[in-house]
Design a protein around this ligand. Structure first.
Ligand code: DNO
Length: 358
């Protein structure tokens, strides 16, 4: 496996590239042009500027997370074709500078959803928290204001320009049920995957987080069966998955190691972390350590070991610890601990000692 680490760019992240480089075994940065709105083309000048910054620290730029999908594509509006064209052009530019994997999601309106970005744990650290009952009784705009009030950072998927149009977009989704969303995803993939094949890019869809409908909006990338359906929409290695233990793991019926064993050859990127599920449907993002949460972290890493996974992997959301104040879920310290936990499992799970597989 190839260890990588997410970084939001000089303007938008308190973490420094020179510090990321000091985390053992991290080879590359998972990056994006976060200021570019979904649907716009990425310019080669801006791509190259980012490449230069990252590579000057001895880190590669092979994984982009995310090139976001314009809402008109998810809604299936007639205007979608122009945004699909932009998507293909961006993909081609990224391929030119050595990008191999593009992570994206197909969640209507919202990317990941939480109710509290700083829920205190027993040890005084804080973590991202999802309170089921609260979500069920709150308006989306109210939630957004509540969640964003204690963050000075833009959150991925919750960019201000998207939030400004929230009411209109939500209204447009009244026409889109699960079947329609599948159709729209198929239309997108049928257009984009052949172009990805030609330029050597692997697309890797991120599961919906949490993996169930929220605010009456359909969510389809949620379980083993639907992942299989997605892969069958266009049967090509360029139509692949981001395996995310935190997203899929919020639903206890998802057997994570089984998903890895079944779809391993189409998993191009993995986000691995723990979370603690409560019986009432709430969950909190604990440390990566297995005994602190509900995810079978050993089983997950063992499945990756057993299938001979050579794709990219990153630790996922961390807690805020040691007084660090950063992007919610994306501090340096706890994610660095996460990296070391993943390496620990990986090294310990080596079937025969000796050979280096980092
Ligand atoms: C949350 C992330 C997601 C992910 C997107 C991929 O922190 O895992 O925002 O980047 O869903 O497009």
């Amino acid at each position: 496996m190839e260890m990588v680490f997410r970084w939001f760019g000089e303007e938008n992240d308190h973490v420094k590239l020179e510090h990321i480089r000091q985390i053992p075994g991290v080879k590359g940065i998972v990056w994006s042009l976060h200021h570019v709105a979904a649907g716009e083309r990425w310019s080669i000048e801006e791509i190259k500027a980012e490449q230069q910054k990252i590579e000057s620290h001895g880190l590669h730029i092979e994984v982009v997370e995310s090139v976001n999908i314009h809402e008109d594509i998810k809604l299936g509006l007639p205007t979608r074709d122009q945004y699909i064209e932009h998507y293909i052009e961006t993909m081609q530019e990224l391929a030119k500078v050595g990008v191999k994997v593009i992570c994206y999601n197909f969640m209507p309106v919202f990317d990941w959803i939480r109710t509290d970005l700083k829920k205190e744990l027993e040890d005084g650290s804080t973590a991202l928290f999802y309170e089921k009952q609260l979500i069920e009784g709150i308006e989306p705009t109210e939630l957004v204001n509540r969640v964003l009030q204690d963050s000075s950072f833009t959150l991925p998927g919750w960019e201000p320009e998207r939030l400004e149009q929230l009411k209109e977009i939500l209204a447009a989704y009244k026409e889109v049920n699960e079947d329609k969303l599948w159709e729209n995803l198929k239309y997108f993939l049928e257009a984009v995957v052949p172009a990805a094949e030609t330029c050597g890019i692997k697309l890797a869809i991120h599961p919906d987080d949490p993996p169930w409908p929220v605010f009456g909006l359909p969510r389809i990338i949620v379980n083993e069966e639907n992942l299989g359906r997605l892969l069958g929409l266009v049967d090509s290695p360029s139509n692949g998955l981001t395996f995310c233990s935190g997203s899929l793991g919020a639903n206890p019926t998802n057997d994570l190691p089984a998903i890895i064993r079944t779809y391993g050859d189409r998993i191009h990127f993995a986000h691995v972390r723990n979370l603690k599920r409560y019986e009432n449907g709430d969950f909190i993002e604990t440390s990566h350590k297995m005994s602190e949460g509900s995810v079978d972290m050993v089983g997950v890493m063992k499945a990756f070991r057993d299938i001979g996974y050579t794709g990219y992997i990153r630790p996922d959301h961390g807690r805020d610890i040691w007084g660090e104040v950063g992007r919610p879920g994306y501090g340096l310290y706890d994610r660095a601990l996460g990296v070391m936990y993943l390496w620990g499992l990986w090294d310990a799970l080596k079937s025969t000692g000796g050979e280096e597989n980092a």
